[in-house]
Design a protein around this ligand. Structure first.
Ligand SMILES: Cc1ncc(COP(=O)(O)O)c(C=O)c1O
Length: 476
């Protein structure tokens, strides 16, 4: 365990509060942390992986258990009383989700999926790509967005990536503007990007949605990393498809995500199969089937029905705190964190930390990805940093976070290196991959803050980072 003198922590917090006066307006979250997330401090956890998964409040669990204990719920979509009770809950949650995101039910539907990846796969496998189509995407997508390129290619579509530019890892606007011209009339073209990169924390402008739509693209906005600490308002921006996972927003339940889709865009999709729950009628001898209208046509088999009411409970929890309060808090803490981390140096003046992404909080969220450098300027392997963090109960994440494009650009791994590496291998382990690219770092350290983060959490991380000052990589 790390030891801190309380006076240094409290003096730093006082100074922080003076410099970021907005933080005072988020004090309710300190009380909430003490009441609803007490387990963190009881076990001495410093949780800094909110982009990996949010944390649940105890009251969310109680409300959900209470509901299940009092009610008797059967598999929905039947006409018996226990089934009807469940259908009512599921449909209520569906409406609540649309309401939460300010999405008109006349224009949008919410489809329950297992997670954000499930939502992305639904779009990918059903999008009517053809030989004249394009699948355009930014470099810094999660692999579940990258993976759609395999569906696109299988149908003959062209896959085009638009780079994000180091060091800030923001979209190459000139290139994207040019790539948006690729769509031809009367063809189907899909443009996908993350509202917030889970690698760099960059928030790409939501204006790309209307710009792309004006050029004939359907837009798939991956909001998985954005939604937990930002307001996404479908009355202001109107993407065709949006993917998200609820556990990232409020921790519980896992196993439920959503595809929020424009009804008009949904009509374009052609599902590659039908399953129980998706069809009005299917016949064996007649060899025919007819899909349900709307969301149900995309929900394969039995949905995670007992967990779904916990989504409404979780969203109500967020509403009761206020997304603006969460956002303000996360931004105050992130600004302080960035300020502190970028000023840490070794005695010889060499910087301790390199941040991949913006070092100010302009158009970025509370995800900060970095690597440590030793006193001689050599990078310190992220796995060693993780081991040291584990030893002091800090939960952070290392690697490339399923976002290889962001990692390759940030870490300076070139297309040529990668191509020559992959050409000689049918299969490859991560270790073989490392050797192949000359032992360059293939990963980084990611810390991310969220609604239950306190000043003490980020302070402790900075103190942990300070422990690397004047160290050599081989000592670590
Ligand atoms: C930006 C982004 N998109 C998609 C995903 C995939 O989410 P899930 O693993 O819940 O399907 C993640 C998960 O970290 C993410 O950060």
């Amino acid at each position: 365990m790390m030891t801190f003198t309380p006076s240094t922590l409290s003096a730093s917090e006082e100074d922080f509060c003076r410099r970021y006066p907005d933080f005072e307006h988020t004090r309710a979250l300190d009380e909430l942390r003490a009441r609803e997330y007490a387990r963190l401090d009881q076990a001495g956890h410093i949780y800094l992986d909110y982009t990996g998964g949010g944390l649940y409040a105890e009251s969310q669990l109680r409300a959900h258990m209470d509901l299940l204990t009092r009610g008797t719920f059967g598999n929905p979509h039947s006409s018996n009383p226990t089934s009807l009770a469940m259908t009512e809950r599921v449909e209520h949650t569906r409406r609540f989700i649309l309401d939460y995101f300010n999405a008109s039910p006349d224009e949008y539907v919410a489809i329950f999926t297992q997670n954000a990846s499930g939502a992305l796969k639904l779009v990918g496998e059903s999008y009517p790509f053809g030989p004249d189509s394009h699948y355009l995407l930014t470099f810094d997508n999660h692999n579940s967005v990258n993976g759609i390129r395999e569906f696109a290619r299988a149908k003959g579509a062209k896959v085009v990536y638009t780079s994000v530019l180091p060091p800030d890892l923001r979209i190459d606007a000139e290139k994207l503007t040019a790539n948006l011209e690729l769509s031809k009339p009367r063809t189907h073209n899909l443009f996908a990007y993350p509202a917030q990169s889970n690698f760099s924390g960059v928030q790409h402008s939501l204006e790309w949605i209307t710009r792309a739509q004006a050029k004939g693209w359907d837009v798939l906005l991956d909001a998985a990393a954005f939604a937990p600490t930002n307001r996404l308002d479908f009355s202001a921006v109107r993407p065709d498809f949006v993917s998200l996972s609820f556990y990232k927003i409020f921790g519980y339940p896992t196993g439920v995500g959503a595809l929020i889709a424009k009804k008009r865009a949904l009509k374009k999709l052609r599902r590659p199969w039908f399953a129980g729950g998706t069809i009005e009628v299917a016949s064996v001898q007649g060899d025919k089937f007819y899909f349900h209208e709307g969301a149900e046509a995309f929900e394969d088999g039995t949905i995670n029905y007992l967990a779904i009411p916990a989504v409404e409970i979780g969203l109500k929890h967020i509403v009761s705190i206020g997304m603006d309060t969460i956002h303000t808090r996360v931004m105050c803490l992130t600004t302080w964190l960035l300020d502190q981390l970028t000023t840490l140096t070794h005695h010889n003046g060499k910087p301790l930390i390199r941040i991949y992404g913006p070092t100010t909080t302009e158009a970025r969220g509370g995800t900060v990805t970095l690597n440590f450098y030793d006193v001689n300027g050599h990078f310190i392997d992220h796995r060693l940093v993780e081991q040291r963090a584990n030893a002091v109960n800090i939960s952070l994440r290392t690697g490339c976070f399923c976002n290889p494009g962001g990692g390759e650009l940030a870490l300076g791994i070139s297309a040529e290196e990668l191509t020559s590496c992959f050409i000689t291998h049918d299969r490859m382990t991560l270790d073989e991959f490392r050797r192949c690219i000359d032992d360059k770092s293939t990963g980084a350290v990611r810390i991310s803050v969220g609604l239950a983060t306190t000043f003490a959490d980020v302070y402790r991380f900075v103190e942990f980072a300070r422990g690397f000052v004047d160290k050599r990589a081989d000592e670590v």
